[in-house]
Design a protein around this ligand. Sequence first.
Ligand SMILES: NC(=O)c1ccc[n+]([C@@H]2O[C@H](COP(=O)([O-])OP(=O)(O)OC[C@H]3O[C@@H](n4cnc5c(N)ncnc54)[C@H](OP(=O)(O)O)[C@@H]3O)[C@@H](O)[C@H]2O)c1
Length: 327
Amino acid sequence: MTKVLVTGGQGFLGSHIVTKLLDEGKKVRVLARPSKESNSDLAKGVEIEYGDIRDSKAVEDAVNGVDIIIHVVSNFRKGGSDKKEAYDINVGGTLNVLAAAQKYNVKQIIHCSTIGVHGTVLEIPATETTAFNPTDLYQETKLIAEKKVWDFYKKTGLPVTVIRPISLFGPGDKRMLKLFSMIQKERFFIVGDGNVYFHPAYIDDVVQGFILCLNNEKAFGEVFIIGGDEYTTLNRLCELIAQELGVKPPRMRVPLKPVLALATLIETICEPFNISPPLHRRRVSFFQNNRAFSIDKARKILDYEPHFSLDEIIRKTIQEYRKEGWL
Ligand SMILES: NC(=O)c1ccc[n+]([C@@H]2O[C@H](COP(=O)([O-])OP(=O)(O)OC[C@H]3O[C@@H](n4cnc5c(N)ncnc54)[C@H](OP(=O)(O)O)[C@@H]3O)[C@@H](O)[C@H]2O)c1
């Protein structure tokens, strides 16, 4: 039976991948940090290797004995301004995974990158071959990590697949909660003109993309953008959310430049004191970056088909937030 290691298997995306792998009858091991409270669902059928992705010995122990690695760990939630942390986790952690994969001769590495490597996209819709254009530390380090994966592939020939997920929505994630709750309270304001594109993806669709690559020779040496098939402007996204919540759509606008300047200033002040900045450029980029992608390559090569429309993503996200009592 195929045994799969999911690094970051207790995070949002990782835990959904783990659940799906178990449903598919795979054996699963997770590499997770010891500080994370153990998740009872994971504990039932999953081996847990506690360790930090920056610790090469812990990574080797986690890789030893598995057939496939799905490398999901990143500093995604803390992608603010800590350069060392971003490099050590996103780049160093990936190098540890690659070295261990080579040492134990795993059959496939599926590396989770991000559409963020395209930053604010230079063509609409962007494809896998659109120029890279990272706009912040998180995106830069994710891009360096992805390039390390391709260098490794060229050097070793070990089967590698890279997935660039589109912005994830779904159960367990609070990242978009503030957007929904502020719109519900009719206190949300759009920074800039709101005409930039935003492209959401439902978690189940993205997980399906990962599963389709598993043991799939057509996916070896390939990169896929995976997510929903509909993007829209921030203005329309906010209108749709407001409509679903039964409130007035946000009308207030704040100019982008001063907010960006303030974020830069706050980052500069916080950095020497090692304080996590309450506002940083990465947060402002939500209002600044154009995100619009094509999933045609995944459709053609993997027979990938997303099941959740933009309306359904919004509706399901609201349902989940309400179920959890968050909204
Ligand atoms: N969410 C999105 O919209 C989105 C979009 C595109 C791409 N992605 C990519 O998808 C992946 C997962 O994102 P996510 O939304 O699931 O984020 P997440 O919930 O923060 O998951 C990341 C996981 O990595 C773990 N981790 C972080 N640093 C670690 C370290 N030093 N050692 C071991 N584990 C560590 C975290 O554990 P702790 O709880 O211990 O920190 C967490 O379990 C990332 O690679 C991200 O770049 C996400």
